[in-house]
Design a protein around this ligand. Structure first.
Ligand code: FAD
Length: 301
């Protein structure tokens, strides 16, 4: 087991890492290098995304199988219910269980025709993530995480419609929510206040996106409903041709956001790794979090 669990205090940061299944041999090599390197930071859990409608079923399966079987990492598999009838979804759940999966990130997903097309539930399927959570609870034996949207999901009429869906998912038995990425902690704190006022008590873990490329991020963020604040333009100004400076600023930006969350009493974060080590490791080092063996050597000295 490459990951010896170190004891942690209540006010220490707990991290989880999100990966996506590789689409080519090169990407596969990069993924495993990244997983091996980031495993040394002792994550609470790692998660692997799932292509909506089962489009990445085989690579998601083989990725979680290796993370659990070979690397002994606490691994969550994402699962979407879009474009699948209940029998297909139940088969995937049974397959994941056989692979050793005991934690599922339960999602509705987007139609194969793309984000922005009107969502049509499968007539024999789970209509949304809340129904999927209820189905998983009935089957039993899984820890369940769900999504949350501090700036609302693009299809939601308003934040309260979004919080109503989160409440349905929590009431159906979800154990925690992982949020879409955001950059303004005030927005998150206001959202969390509304979530608690709605009687939702499960942990809501902020999703943090270290910025590999601001221009690409802006395109992606507009589809996810996440705001990219103007201060980020200023931070990355003039760095287009300076990758090293850009990486340093990106690590600073994410680390400052996490430090500010910790000042607000939030000690769990879910990091979107984009299957790359350097930036995530840069963020963790900037926060004083070292790979397990380095931290142990430091403690022994
Ligand atoms: P739900 O929780 O069912 O709904 C989300 C919100 O959308 C609700 O608040 C609700 O108010 C609103 N809404 C839902 N349906 C409707 C409707 N018909 N009309 C109006 N409003 C509606 N996608 C993948 O394909 N694979 C993944 O692995 C994956 N992982 C993700 C992980 C995280 C942490 C997050 C935040 C998102 C992830 N997604 C993934 C994206 C997700 O599938 C999409 O955002 C999808 O559009 C909604 O799925 P959901 O489970 O969040 O939906």
């Amino acid at each position: 087991n490459p990951v010896a669990k170190a004891p942690r205090s209540e006010s220490a940061l707990r991290v989880s890492f999100e990966f996506f299944p590789p689409k080519s041999p090169d990407m596969e090599q990069q993924l495993w290098q990244t997983v091996c390197e980031l495993a040394r930071y002792n994550p609470d859990f790692v998660s692997v995304t799932y292509g909506a409608g089962g489009t990445t079923k085989a690579p998601t399966f083989s990725t979680v199988e290796r993370m659990i079987g070979e690397m002994r990492l606490p691994t969550a598999s994402h699962l979407t219910c879009v474009d699948a009838d209940k029998a297909e979804t139940h088969q995937v759940i049974a397959d994941l269980r056989k692979l050793g999966v005991r934690h599922i990130v339960a999602l509705r997903g987007d139609p194969a025709s793309g984000i922005g097309t009107a969502y049509q539930p499968h007539p024999q399927g789970y209509a949304n993530a809340a129904e999927l959570v209820a189905g998983l609870k009935e089957i039993g034996g899984f820890e369940i995480s769900v999504s949350a949207y501090p700036e609302k999901h693009p299809e939601s009429a308003d934040v309260s419609a979004d919080i109503a869906m989160l409440k349905r998912k929590a009431d159906a038995g979800a154990d925690r929510a992982l949020t879409q990425f955001f950059f303004d902690n005030d927005v998150f704190e206001r959202y969390l206040d509304q979530v608690r006022a709605a009687g939702i008590t499960i942990p809501v873990i902020p999703g943090i996106m270290p910025i590999q490329n601001l221009t690409q991020l802006k395109r992606f963020a507009s589809r996810c409903g996440s705001t990219v604040p103007a201060f980020l333009d200023a931070r990355f100004e003039g760095l287009d041709d300076k990758p090293e400076d850009r990486a340093k600023v990106a690590a600073d930006v994410a680390a400052e956001q996490i430090e500010d969350l910790m000042r607000r009493g939030i000690f769990d974060v879910h990091l979107y790794t984009m299957n790359r080590t350097p930036l995530v490791a840069g963020v963790l080092h900037r926060l004083g979090i070292l790979p397990v063996e380095a931290a142990q050597a430091g403690a022994a000295a």
